[in-house]
Structure formats: structure tokens, C-alpha cells
Design a protein around this ligand. Structure first.
Ligand code: GDP
Ligand code: CA
Length: 317
């Protein structure tokens, strides 16, 4: 059994590849909930939904969030009413949020609600929110103003410089049921190519997670979300620079060196392998861009090999 630490889109692509290689029951995914936010009184969990919809084969891969084949009747009418529509929610997607919010208000923990939704959507792999407690990522803009993560990411299109990130509630948050147990039983832990600051950062900050991984870093393999100094999507490259680092695989290695023995980097970053090793991670070079299912599967195989994780499904190399 392996454990994957996941944010949204980068993680979903990696997980689709892993699901080609391993039986679903051998994959436990721990998902960031720092991006969660109340929108129109509904509990939205963007990273959980991206992973869930992708693994269910229901995601809109072009848009990068939400469901394929959506309609937008509610948003259009909300706009007519003069409501706020900067955070777009499709009609079907809204049903997910109604279900989640309804169950949470009945007292069900997020981990339970997530399991119910995943089962209903036919997602075979286990999805665990990092915590059932409320953690909210807050972003300080260079203007000094502090905003919610979705305000920064969606409303401002992450088109502004930032000076700090913090995870409100993280000190009181406890790992969700199953999180520490899964880590304890994992033959390998994969840190998906998600944003190191705002997607993986909150998971590592949950009580006990960083310390556990540090003690087992030989089994932990991270995959760089940066390719040739750039994020394929989103602000990871800029965030690393704005927070005082650089946009490179070396910076990713510095970020993860205490918890991951190995960093998988793309072929285009091959010349940086020595610097990655100098920063404290063994460097493994692979094709790390997942254009399609096939390239995701090949990357998954490279990652599992790098972790020394034996799997039985044979396949092309
Ligand atoms: P978000 O929560 O939807 O923004 O998604 P994540 O945090 O999971 O992922 C964002 C990161 O995924 C970005 O920094 C991208 O560079 C990275 N990413 C997306 N696709 C790929 C890919 O095919 N390969 C690699 N290595 N990284 C990717
Ligand atoms: Ca996210």
C-alpha cells in the first residue's frame, strides 16, 4: 500500500497514473483542505473535489476544476439577482456542496462525508482529508492586506505578489482518522507534484505528519511540480520566489529535504541534479510532464521504482 499527499490538479494527474499501475485498494490519498472555504454558506473543498472528480472520470480536464458537461443555470440567475459570482460553481457541482454541507451540519465529520461522496461517485481509491478540523490558508499580499486563499487564487487570479502564507487553525488541527495509520502502513509515500507551499505545506504542518515522514524519509519520494523553473499551472513558481526562495527544482529539494529522501525531476532539469543532491534529496530524472494517461502511468512507474516499491502489474517501460 502507498500513501499519496495531494493538492488539486497536479496531484490528480499523478493519481490517475498511479491508478494505472496499482490496484485501487493499494492507494490511500491524503488531501489538502487548507483551500476549503464557505461560499454562499456552502462548504467547498476544491482539492478534495478535483481529486475525487478526476479519479471518478468526471472532471473537466480543460477547465481544470469542476465537472465535465456542466451547466451554469444557478450562477446565471445568481448574477441576475446581484449575487457574488467570482467563485463559479456549476449546477451539478453545487449538488456536491449541498450534500457535503448538509451532512456536516448533521454532525458528520468531513472524512466520513468524503468517503460517502467517493463511494457514490465510484472512486475506488481511499480519499482522506488531511484533517476533520478547520484549517484555512490565508495569504498576505505585498500591499499588507491578508485575504483567504480563494480570494487570492480565484478572485485576484493569483495575479498579485504575496509576502506570507499561514494556515489558520493548524495548531489545533488533528490528523483525520486513518491518516497516521495509513502513513504507518505505507510501503512508500509519494508527495504529488502539487504546489509545495499551499497544497503540500498544510498537510506537512498537521501535527505528527512532518515528524513521521522525517523519520521515514527513505520511503518518501516527492515529484517536482516545477519543470525548467516554471509551474505548469498556477502560482507555485512565483510564490517560491516571493517568499524568498527561487523557482527551481533545487528550491523544491530544499523545501522537502527533511521529509523526502528522493526528488523526481524532469529531464529538462537534468543539469540541476547535483544541486538537488546538494540540497539533501537524491535526484531521480524522469519525464515528469503528464500530457496524457500514458505519460502519467510512465511517471508513476518511475516514482514507484524510485521508492523501491515492488508492484506486480507488469507494463511497458
Ligand atoms: P491546484 O490545487 O489545483 O492548484 O493543484 P496542485 O497544487 O495539485 O498542483 C499545481 C501544480 O501542479 C503546479 O505547480 C503544476 O506545475 C503542477 N503540475 C500540473 N501538471 C503537472 C505535470 O504534468 N507534471 C508535473 N511534474 N507537475 C504538474
Ligand atoms: Ca488547491
Amino acid at each position: 500500500m502507498i500513501v499519496a499527499l495531494a493538492g488539486g490538479v497536479g496531484a490528480a494527474r499523478m493519481l490517475r497514473g498511479l491508478a494505472q499501475v496499482l490496484p485501487a485498494e493499494d492507494i490511500v490519498t491524503i488531501v489538502n483542505t487548507g483551500d476549503d472555504e464557505m461560499i454562499h454558506g456552502l462548504h467547498v473543498s476544491p482539492d478534495l473535489d478535483t481529486v475525487m472528480y478526476t479519479l471518478a472520470g468526471l472532471a473537466d480536464d480543460q477547465r481544470g476544476w469542476g465537472l465535465a458537461g456542466e451547466t451554469w443555470n444557478v450562477m446565471e440567475y445568481l448574477e441576475e439577482l446581484g449575487g457574488e459570482t467570482w467563485f463559479r460553481l456549476g449546477d451539478k457541482d453545487l449538488a456536491t456542496h449541498l450534500y457535503r454541507t448538509g451532512r456536516l451540519s448533521q454532525g458528520a465529520p468531513l472524512s466520513q462525508v468524503t468517503a460517502e461522496l467517493a463511494a457514490r461517485l465510484g472512486v475506488p481509491a481511499r480519499l482522506l482529508p488531511m484533517t476533520d478540523d478547520e484549517v484555512r490558508t490565508r495569504v498576505r499580499l505585498s500591499s499588507g492586506e491578508e485575504v483567504s486563499f480563494q480570494h487570492y487564487f480565484v478572485r485576484l487570479s493569483h495575479d498579485v505578489a504575496i509576502s506570507a502564507v499561514r494556515f489558520h487553525g493548524i495548531d489545533e488541527a488533528r490528523p483525520a482518522p486513518g491518516v497516521m495509520e495509513a502513513l504507518a502502513h505505507a510501503g512508500a509515500v509519494i508527495i504529488c507534484p502539487s504546489n509545495p507551499v499551499v497544497s503540500i505545506g498544510p498537510i506537512l504542518a498537521i501535527e505528527g505528519v512532518r515528524a513521521f515522514l522525517a523519520d521515514h524519509r527513505g520511503r518518501v519520494v516527492a515529484v517536482s511540480p516545477l519543470i525548467a523553473g516554471k509551474a505548469l499551472k498556477g502560482p507555485a513558481d512565483r510564490m517560491l520566489v516571493e517568499l524568498g526562495g527561487e523557482a527551481s527544482v533545487v528550491e523544491v529539494a530544499r523545501t522537502y529535504a527533511d521529509v523526502a529522501g528522493t526528488l523526481v525531476i524532469d529531464e529538462t532539469d537534468r543539469e540541476q541534479a547535483d544541486l538537488v543532491e546538494g540540497a539533501g534529496c537524491r535526484a531521480v530524472v524522469a519525464r515528469a510532464v503528464m500530457h496524457d494517461l500514458r505519460s502519467a502511468e510512465l511517471l508513476a512507474r518511475a516514482v514507484l521504482d524510485a521508492a523501491g516499491y515492488a508492484y506486480s502489474t507488469p507494463g511497458p517501460r
